[in-house]
Design a protein around this ligand. Structure first.
Ligand SMILES: [Zn+2]
Length: 249
C-alpha cells in the first residue's frame, strides 16, 4: 500500500469510527429525552389530585363551559402550566396538559378493563398532536383507534395484517343469511365489555335506535372528532357486531 492509499484508508476508518460514535451518542440522547419526558410526565401526574385531574378533563371535553370548572383547580393547573386561556373556548389544556390528561385516561382505562401494562408515550408525543414518525402502534386504550403518536391505527403498517384479518372475519359473517340486526360476534358479553374502549362506548350512546348517517353522527358528537376517526371507530364496532349498516334504497 502506498502512502497516499494508507492515509486515505486511515482517514476513512477514522470518519467511520466518528460517525459510529456520534450515532451511538444520538441514540443515547434520544433515550435520555424519552426518559426525561416520561419523568416529567409522571412528576406532573403525581402532583395532581383527583379534583384537579377531573377539572383538566372538563376543560378538554367541554370547551367554553366556564361555569363547570372550579376556580381553585384551574388556579392549580395554571400554576403547573397545564392549561391556557383561549377566549371563547375558555380554559383549555396545553401540550403538557393533554399529555397528563391522556396518561390519566390511559391508566383509568387499563384499570377498568384490567389491562396490565398500558402503552406509554414516546418522545414528543402527547396522544393528541402529531408526533414524530411512528412504526409501532401503541394504542390509546380509551380511544381504540388512536396511537400515542396522534395517528390512527390505519396509518400504522404493523397493524395492516391484523386489520385485514378482522375485516375478513366481518365479511365472512356478512355473507351469511342472518339479518345484520340480529348478528352476533359469538363473544361473551364480558369479553365485549373488556374490549370496548370508553370513547367508543360514548359514541354508541347518541345513536338513535332508528340509526344515524355518518354526517348526523359527526354533528351528534359535537363536530369535535375527525371524520376519519369516526369512520375507523365505526369499523371497530362493525367488526364486533355492535352496530350494523342499514342500506337505504
Ligand atoms: Zn403511532
Amino acid at each position: 500500500m502506498n502512502l497516499r492509499n494508507y492515509t486515505r484508508d486511515k482517514s476513512a476508518r477514522k470518519s467511520r469510527k466518528d460517525s459510529e460514535f456520534f450515532l451511538s451518542k444520538a441514540r443515547c440522547l434520544i433515550l435520555d429525552l424519552r426518559v426525561l419526558l416520561l419523568n416529567r410526565l409522571m412528576t406532573l401526574y403525581h402532583c395532581l389530585g383527583q379534583d384537579a385531574l377531573d377539572c383538566l378533563e372538563i376543560t378538554y371535553k367541554y370547551p367554553g363551559q366556564m361555569l363547570l370548572v372550579s376556580e381553585i383547580q384551574v388556579k392549580r393547573l395554571l400554576e403547573m402550566d397545564l392549561v391556557e386561556f383561549r377566549h371563547s373556548q375558555g380554559w383549555r389544556p396545553n401540550w403538557w396538559g393533554l399529555a397528563v390528561l391522556n396518561w390519566h385516561r390511559q391508566l383509568r382505562e387499563a384499570r377498568d378493563r384490567k389491562i396490565a401494562l398500558p402503552p406509554k408515550p414516546g418522545e414528543g408525543e402527547n396522544g393528541e398532536h402529531l408526533g414524530p414518525p411512528c412504526e409501532n402502534f401503541r394504542e390509546l386504550l380509551f380511544s381504540g383507534v388512536y396511537c400515542w403518536c396522534g395517528r390512527l391505527r390505519s396509518d400504522h403498517l404493523d397493524q395492516a395484517p391484523e386489520t385485514a384479518l378482522r375485516f375478513l372475519g366481518y365479511h365472512e359473517r356478512s355473507r351469511t343469511l342472518q339479518p345484520p340486526q340480529t348478528r352476533i360476534s359469538g363473544r361473551s358479553f364480558r369479553e365485549v365489555v373488556k374490549e370496548l374502549p370508553s370513547d367508543l362506548c360514548d359514541m354508541l350512546e347518541p345513536i338513535h335506535p332508528q340509526g344515524a348517517t355518518m354526517h348526523q353522527l359527526y354533528h351528534l358528537l359535537g363536530g369535535r372528532i375527525r371524520f376519519l376517526a369516526i369512520q375507523e371507530s365505526l369499523n371497530f364496532l362493525l367488526e364486533r357486531d355492535l352496530v350494523f349498516l342499514l342500506h337505504l334504497r
